[in-house]
Design a protein around this ligand. Structure first.
Ligand code: GDP
Ligand code: IMO
Ligand code: MG
Length: 421
């Protein structure tokens, strides 16, 4: 069997959690392969709502094994509170969640460093979620990190103390004083005790064994392609490879073992945090999208920036990821728009281009194609035949533009509000 990968194609929050929850029924195993608690993946079913940060969105699917891969960075305190939330719905969680020994740990001082770095940047700050993501991946790459497997070693506390000491020197050199480490450390070690109740595995071995046994695996991306450390709008990005290739390094699977690549996009665009966003709307239309789409961060509660769909960006993301099928979410948010726009070219220094520029901040002016809105409520639609022609025309244009078929249309946050084409 091959491993299927689901990825966000924009700036995150495309609805990955919802769609993984829908697809998970078809899979034996669901994995996360990068990112950490900067992610907020929302699931809605049976009148309940869950927001997952570290734990794969297959956790509510009967019989599915969930694996946190080596590419993930894990904060024990946040992990513990997630487990407490999920246990109410799934008391068997300890049996169906496994964690890679190679995943890196987020320390309390990583979170403080994140805040100190952002404060030092002043106006040019990234708008990080302040979960310690950048500093943790920095330590991983500079070979100073602490990993899940270290918890099993006798000198774990010594390693923790040494790294904390090192961080404190760095925090001091940044002149950052706004923190109280003791309660943070207490909460962290309580989280470590919670973690110890779960099985730590050599996940790359387990995943490859399961593939050899013909088990089906779905890998759940976090963030989105435009937040990728290499191909996103650098430096306004996260610190991991959010793209399909990240699934190989974040789980230990070879590229030829990747099967379907599901690319998920909103029918418009949002971004939270700083950085370029060519189709951003600063007017009443942007406000209308934010209100209708309830566009507030699932992790930080910050209002999300909103704008029209950017097809130059979407096509670039399909190329980078090798997307084999598209999933369109949140078209129901545009039920009440007379007209809808999508960017089909950028104009930079008076020249039109369909290429993604090195720096989208350099005033990439969007050139739009206009569509007629559908002006009806699609949120109860159950089949493609019930969708209005104007929406089908919009989808057809997207498919022709990026040359990838749209196989699924999501018309609401609930598990059931999903149309398979
Ligand atoms: P993720 O990070 O990609 O998992 O996405 P988030 O959970 O951060 O944000 C997506 C938001 O949109 C959540 O509040 C979802 O419940 C909601 N959502 C997902 N799909 C749809 C949809 O098709 N229509 C509407 N109206 N909401 C949706
Ligand atoms: P999900 O998985 C949206 C953004 C932050 C910030 C930048 C860097 O829910 O789609 P970081 O904390 O990673 O150092 O922040 O990336 N960001 C996200 N935006 N959805 C996410 O995850 C995000 N994770 C990080 O807002 O601009
Ligand atoms: Mg999210």
């Amino acid at each position: 069997m091959k491993i299927d990968v689901l990825l966000g194609l924009q700036w995150g929050d495309e609805g990955k959690g919802k769609i993984v929850d829908v697809l998970a029924r078809k899979y034996d195993i669901v994995t996360r392969f990068q990112g950490g608690p900067n992610a907020g993946h929302t699931l809605k079913f049976n009148g309940k709502k869950f927001v997952l940060h570290t734990i794969p969105s297959g956790i509510f699917t009967d019989g599915a094994i969930n694996i946190i891969g080596n590419g993930v960075v894990l904060d024990p305190g946040i992990f513990k509170s997630e487990i407490e939330q999920i246990s109410v719905e799934n008391p068997d969680i300890k049996k169906c969640l496994k964690i890679s020994r190679r995943a890196n740990l987020i320390l309390p001082t990583h979170r403080i460093l994140d805040a100190a770095n952002e404060a030092a940047k002043g106006k040019s700050k990234i708008g990080s979620t302040l979960k310690g993501i950048g500093p943790t991946y920095t330590d991983k790459i500079s070979r100073n990190g602490l990993r899940i497997g270290d918890i099993e070693l006798p000198n774990f506390k010594e390693k923790f103390d040494a790294l904390t000491k090192r961080h404190l020197r760095e925090i001091d050199s940044l002149g950052f004083k706004d923190f109280d480490l003791e309660p943070m450390n207490k909460e962290w070690f309580e989280g470590i005790e919670c973690l110890k109740q779960f099985e730590f595995v050599d996940a790359e071995m387990l995943i490859n064994e399961k593939l050899d046994q013909d088990k089906s695996i779905l890998a759940e991306g976090a963030q989105g392609t435009m937040l990728d450390i290499d191909f996103g709008s650098y430096p306004f990005v996260t610190s991991s490879n959010t793209i399909c290739a990240g699934a190989c390094t974040g789980m230990g699977v070879a590229p030829q073992k990747i099967g379907e690549v599901y690319g998920i996009f909103k029918a418009y665009c949002t971004r939270v945090g700083a950085g370029p966003f060519p189709t951003e709307l600063f007017d009443a239309t942007g406000e209308k999208l934010r209100a209708a789409g309830n566009e507030f961060g699932a992790t930080t509660g910050r209002p999300r920036r909103t704008g029209w769909l950017d097809l130059v960006e979407l096509k670039y993301s399909c190329m980078i990821n090798g997307v084999t099928q598209l999933i369109c979410t949140k078209s129901d948010v545009m039920n009440d728009f007379d007209t809808i726009k999508a960017c089909v070219e950028y104009e930079i220094d008076g020249k039109r281009t369909m290429a993604m520029p090195f720096d989208t901040a350099q005033d990439a002016k969007p050139i739009y194609k206009e569509f007629i809105g559908w002006k009806c409520d699609i949120s109860n639609a159950k089949t493609e035949q019930e969708l209005p022609q104007a929406l089908m025309d919009y989808i057809k244009f997207i498919e022709d533009f990026v040359k990838v078929p749209v196989k699924m249309v999501s018309v609401g946050p609930d598990r059931k509000a999903t149309i398979i084409r």
